[in-house]
Design a binder for this molecule. Structure first.
Ligand code: BG6
Length: 483
């Protein structure tokens, strides 16, 4: 079956940095379904060759797999450009004509990729419906929608309603690029393809979980978007909640889109709602010094660039185990990791001869290094009974073509093949906003916790370290543990 991928927002950054390099890499690895064509749509007036030339340069720069001219030339023959304005119904008519002119027959599966400004998602969907482009008259029609999916629960629900007027839920792929990352998918393998972790994966053995997504970068030129979004909308509602769901979910009966997503959604249902004093006691807001001097940031901005949420998942497995979720810009290093902190042994055999030893810890490194480290106590040789913390490392082996595939490769291919396991479902998105909304409301109220400053290059406000110590716990503030 032939395929066409139609990218709306073709002149944007995401298309040149991520989407086209990912599709090119899939072509190079011969993973694309046969007869796949790509059509870029945006307002700029390029012709096919101009767009291909621009993409050649950007792909050279951004493709993970080594770029080669001959493969590109062959690939570029399948790439087209069609100028069009999302608000112009007529442009969808001409797009439909153009698609008919390049597709071999009517039995072509199409994926519409919305990589436009989020304000245009609703219009694009309406136009796809009105122009007949969403009709499955021979081939399948699917739509991939980029983040952010709404800015709160109300807008996410309204967008879901609009999209459902044109596409069935099984045609809709809400993308979160974190789910395309190999290490994130490896959480499924680690938890459900091994029998040694799952028996310990609960409140009886785990003291707490830390999920940290630290970024070294500052907001740079993104103030227009970032200052209205802030870290909860930008990182928590999507990426960090995905990591939370995969860490906390029950094993699904099969690796099937409905069953996987049913289990993920149950985690969100189980998150204990915060009330009253919880917002001050269980959340942290921070902002790196210098944020107000970033170009485009209003002088009276109250936007956070750092946050911590201490959440509880109220079910039999996790009751009273805190999940500390933390993310920030301008942090010490780029490091995304999940730390499973086990409890100390119930009884210590070695009396006063040893130091206070550390309880076991499993560090799942999502990026930039990709692997797992298990911290165990072991005897120091040639001593009486001293122990020290030793580590067992697992590194993802780099693949032949050089490095890990970018997450977009897997996700694009899954959408083309109709596998939605790694995409967010409508209820999932609305539920995650349902957790974020009350926190944001509390943060905008007079009772909001203080917006704490931190110097770039640290692990957030110093108060967050003290707060953790008061709970007799410590952040695992270590830059990538796996080299
Ligand atoms: C994006 C956010 O969704 O994810 C950015 O908008 C953030 O602010 C980025 O920097 C992080 O992605 P990654 O893959 O680099 O961790």
């Amino acid at each position: 079956m032939a395929h066409t991928i139609i990218i709306f927002g073709a002149s944007g950054d995401l298309t040149s940095r991520k989407l086209i390099p990912a599709i090119y890499s899939l072509h190079k690895k011969k993973r694309l379904p046969e007869a796949t064509q790509i059509v870029g749509v945006s307002r700029s007036e390029y012709d096919h060759d101009q767009w291909r030339e621009m993409l050649r340069e950007s792909t050279q720069k951004f493709a993970n797999s080594a770029f080669d001219d001959a493969t590109w030339d062959e690939f570029a023959k399948q790439v087209y450009y069609h100028p069009g304005d999302i608000s112009e119904a007529n442009d969808f008519e001409t797009l439909a004509e153009f698609l008919r002119s390049i597709e071999p027959d009517s039995r072509v599966d199409r994926v519409y990729y919305l990589s436009t400004m989020p304000q245009l998602y609703e219009t694009a969907i309406e136009q796809l419906g009105a122009s007949g482009l969403a009709e499955e008259d021979g081939g399948r029609r699917r739509v991939i929608i980029e983040k952010p999916f709404g800015t709160d629960r109300r807008t996410a629900r309204a967008l879901n309603d609009k999209v459902h007027r044109v596409f069935r839920e099984d045609q809709i792929y809400r993308i979160d690029h974190y789910l395309g990352k190999e290490t994130v998918q490896n959480l499924f393998a680690m938890r459900f393809a091994n029998s040694i972790f799952e028996p310990l994966w609960n409140r009886n053995y785990i003291d707490h979980v830390q999920i940290t997504v630290a970024e070294e970068v500052q907001i740079g030129s993104r103030a227009a978007y970032y200052d209205t979004s802030g870290i909860l909308r930008d990182m928590f509602q999507n990426h960090i909640f995905q990591l939370l769901m995969l860490t906390a979910m029950e094993p699904p009966p099969r690796f099937d889109a409905t069953m996987v997503r049913d289990e993920k959604v149950k985690v969100l249902h189980s998150v204990r709602p915060m009330t009253g004093g919880d917002f001050a006691a269980q959340t942290f807001r921070g902002r790196y010094t210098g944020y107000l001097r970033e170009p485009g940031v209003p002088a009276d901005s109250q936007t956070e660039t750092f946050a911590i949420l201490k959440l509880y998942v109220d079910n039999w497995r996790w009751k009273n185990v805190p999940f500390y979720l933390r993310s920030g810009k301008a942090m010490s290093c780029r490091s995304s990791q999940i730390v499973i902190q086990f409890k100390s042994p119930p009884h210590l055999l070695f009396g006063s001869k040893i130091r206070d030893f550390e309880a076991n810890r499993l560090v799942i490194q999502v990026q930039p290094a990709e692997g797992i480290q298990l911290h165990i106590e072991s005897k120091v040789p040639d001593t009486d009974m001293k122990t020290r913390t030793s580590t067992l490392d697992f590194r993802f082996a780099a693949i032949d073509s050089g490095g890990m595939p970018d997450g977009y490769q897997r996700l694009l291919l899954d959408a083309m093949n109709g596998d939605a396991s790694l995409f967010a479902r409508s209820d999932e998105v609305e539920l995650s906003w349902g957790i974020i909304d009350p926190i944001l409301a509390a943060w905008r109220s007079p009772a909001a916790p203080k917006l704490l400053d931190y110097e770039p290059g640290l692990w957030g406000p110093i108060e967050a370290t003290e707060w953790m110590r008061d709970q007799r716990r410590e952040w695992f503030d270590v830059c990538p543990v796996i080299e």
